[in-house]
Write a protein that binds this ligand. Sequence first.
Ligand code: NAD
Length: 261
Amino acid sequence: MELNGTSAIVTGAASGLGEATARALARAGAQVVVADVNEDRGKEVAADIGGHFARTDVTDEESVRDAVAAAATAGGPLRVAVSCAGIGWAERTVNRAGAPHSLASFQKVIAVNLTGTFNLMRLAAAAIAQTGPADADGQRGVIISTSSVAGIEGQTGQLAYSASKGAIIGMTVPAARDLSVIGVRVNTICPGVIATPIYKSIAGTGQDAEEFLARLAAPVVFPKRLGRPEEFAQLVLALIANDYMNAEVVRFDGGIRFQPK
Ligand SMILES: NC(=O)c1ccc[n+]([C@@H]2O[C@H](COP(=O)([O-])OP(=O)(O)OC[C@H]3O[C@@H](n4cnc5c(N)ncnc54)[C@H](O)[C@@H]3O)[C@@H](O)[C@H]2O)c1
């Protein structure tokens, strides 16, 4: 899929993986809608890449509808939607004091990570369906969702997060089949541990943060470090560029496998 002269929407594009993806798409010639709840950072990223900012809460129907409409009218045909909006959450099913996981926090993580991903997928697909075919195969667009290796093997003490990410994987094949009639491919990426601000709140600062990040990187097989957001964006662009990649769930993790603690 050629990106030059097309439009794209990226949720969570004010930070981390989404920001790197928005920047890479813009460098490839796409008009990018930066869709995020973080207005200050989102506007900065959009201004930097010559794109548009749309204040977006992925859990909200109208909000995502408006952001997709902005992408559909940004210039070229809407061809790409990438879901990177997400939140981390650490809470045990029953904690050491015997208290059960909060239902409200479980529902919140599912709402942002899973329902938010589905919300973009369905609304972007409907908008992409309105465009003409881009090539002789009848292809119209590509949708990429961000899961996590936690969605495959689960992560200790992160039940809600793992459940939300596992269900994103579960949507991949049925969505690809449903959307094949409109020429849309669907792929999901499962990152391992990538250096983004998502770890800021738990990593702390200074020496503590360095030790925390070193512990995170320790089980990575090779290269022995955290992944870089730019490397994630490179994979997004590769999945878009290769027209035969469809209904695929791709690990992006330097060989890490999460172990029970
Ligand atoms: N960084 C990692 O190691 C890693 C690993 C596996 C999966 N992931 C997933 O990758 C995605 C991106 O994570 P990141 O590391 O770039 O995190 P990040 O915190 O740097 O960025 C997430 C972005 O999502 C936005 N966001 C949060 N809730 C939103 C909402 N309701 N509506 C719209 N935007 C919202 C935030 O404002 C932020 O800009 C997440 O889904 C995360 O779970 C990250």
